[in-house]
Design a protein around this ligand. Structure first.
Ligand SMILES: NC(=O)C1=CN([C@@H]2O[C@H](COP(=O)(O)OP(=O)(O)OC[C@H]3O[C@@H](n4cnc5c(N)ncnc54)[C@H](O)[C@@H]3O)[C@@H](O)[C@H]2O)C=CC1
Ligand SMILES: O=P(O)(O)OC[C@H]1O[C@](O)(CO)[C@@H](O)[C@@H]1O
Length: 382
């Protein structure tokens, strides 16, 4: 089997790419970071430090790399069996053009071997959104062929992989936690279901996507935002702060109440899931900066993402949301010189009040009780 993975970054090298290569699949990474590309093509292997009580170093072997903006992409998409991505939600549209050209070539070559495409991004139905970008870039005459021969498979991906501290000396070295979870929608595959160790198949994906995004990522983001406000630099420092921890746990439980109502998760199992996540945030072997986890606050405050969507769920089911509200207020206080979205947030707040800013970013009604509650919490954080 052959695979092409877009995004040789933390998750790309530390989880999805590793999992495909370890399964004996011939893996080619596609990226725009030339230092990383040259290092992969010079060594064709890289170390993954799996940290925890039983730390170990696993070497990923037999990998190659191409530049994502080159025509190599077209040839690879025309011949591989599986395409995966971990580039960031905002980059999917940028890689869609190359994928579309590759699909056109695959059709012209009458290569009707099934191809499955799986986006591994922190978003709800990311692959379905990638498909829309691809079809927009693909001439109409190929659409029916793509529907018949290409599977666009949505997924949920979970492993905490911060940038490696040794990044400076070895651009490929990556450090990961022991926990990992990759769940894919088995109803969307074309051809036989692949048996890849570590890739779980389900016909109930939305439950797992929302459970992960609206528990781990909700809690992680609020840990980052409240952590920054309290002067903490890392997620571990922040979650060990009892005041931060209480709000984070509360927010995950408030979101959990919605998930339990919506998907029927067992309350005690979900409580254990939340406890395990708090333990993962505490991981003493991982140095994870609040700025990484808080990155792109406008995306994280958008209607379908980890802060607003769970809060909308509490409104739908008339459930409590005080801690989620505190998390949203803290997100509106997030600042970073390196993050363009944090800059844009500051500009929005400079030219209009916080209620109008939140309404613009999240789609919430500026005069709603929940926005008034956020404004009250935000003012108290000054
Ligand atoms: N790091 C983590 O713990 C987790 C990240 N994710 C998701 O994985 C995705 C990637 O996140 P990270 O690996 O943390 O980010 P990252 O920044 O380490 O990796 C992204 C990679 O994409 C590359 N890239 C940018 N533009 C590209 C293009 N046009 N073509 C090909 N490659 C391009 C970058 O050079 C970089 O190597 C995001 O959607 C994130 O939400 C999901 C679960 C865990
Ligand atoms: O990658 P995003 O969506 O910017 O968010 C960062 C979050 O994603 C993760 O990298 C993995 O889900 C977490 O470690 C962190 O909560």
């Amino acid at each position: 089997m052959k695979a092409l993975h877009f995004g040789a970054g933390n998750i790309g090298r530390g989880f999805i790419g590793k999992l495909l290569a370890d399964a004996g699949i011939q893996l080619t990474f596609a990226d725009v970071n030339q230092v990383v590309l040259d290092a992969i093509n010079a060594r064709h292997e890289y170390p993954v430090h799996v940290v925890g009580e039983q730390a170990q170093v696993e070497i990923v072997k037999g990998v190659n790399a191409v530049n994502s903006t080159s025509d190599d992409i077209v040839d690879l998409v025309a011949e591989v069996d599986i395409v995966t991505t971990a580039v960031g939600p905002q980059i999917l549209e940028r890689i869609a053009g190359g994928i579309a050209k590759g699909l056109a070539k695959r059709s012209d070559n009458a290569n009707s071997r099934p191809l499955n495409i799986i986006a591994c991004e922190n978003m709800v139905r990311g692959t379905t959104q990638l498909k829309a970008h691809v079809l927009k870039a693909l001439p109409e005459q190929y659409h029916a062929w793509v529907e018949a021969n290409v599977g666009f498979v949505d997924s949920a991906v979970d492993r905490i992989v911060p940038p490696s501290e040794a990044g400076s000396s070895d651009p490929l070295e990556v450090t990961v936690e022991t926990f990992s979870e990759w769940i894919v929608d088995q109803t969307q595959f074309k051809g036989p279901l692949p048996a890849i160790p570590g890739m779980e198949l389900t016909d109930n994906l939305m439950a797992f996507v929302e459970r992960k995004l609206f528990t781990l990522n909700t809690g992680h983001a609020i840990t980052a935002y409240l952590g920054q406000l309290a002067g903490h630099n890392t997620i571990r420092e922040a979650i060990l702060d009892p005041q931060v921890r209480a709000v984070v746990k509360g927010a995950m439980e408030e979101s959990g109440a919605v998930l339990i109502k919506r998907y029927g998760f067992e309350a005690d199992k979900h409580a254990a899931y939340i406890q395990k996540i708090l333990g993962r945030f505490e991981n003493p072997y991982l140095k994870d900066d609040v700025e990484r986890v808080g990155r792109q606050p406008l995306r994280k405050l958008s209607a379908g993402d980890r802060l607003i969507k769970p809060t909308l769920g509490t409104l739908e089911y008339q459930l409590p949301h005080d801690n989620l509200v505190t998390g949203i207020a803290a997100a509106l206080r997030y600042h970073s010189e390196q993050d363009p979205q944090a800059q844009e947030l500051a500009e929005l707040l400079a030219k209009q009040d916080v209620a109008a800013t939140l309404a613009q970013i999240s789609g919430l009604d500026a005069n709603s009780d929940v926005v008034k509650a956020v404004v009250k919490a935000w003012s108290a954080m000054a």
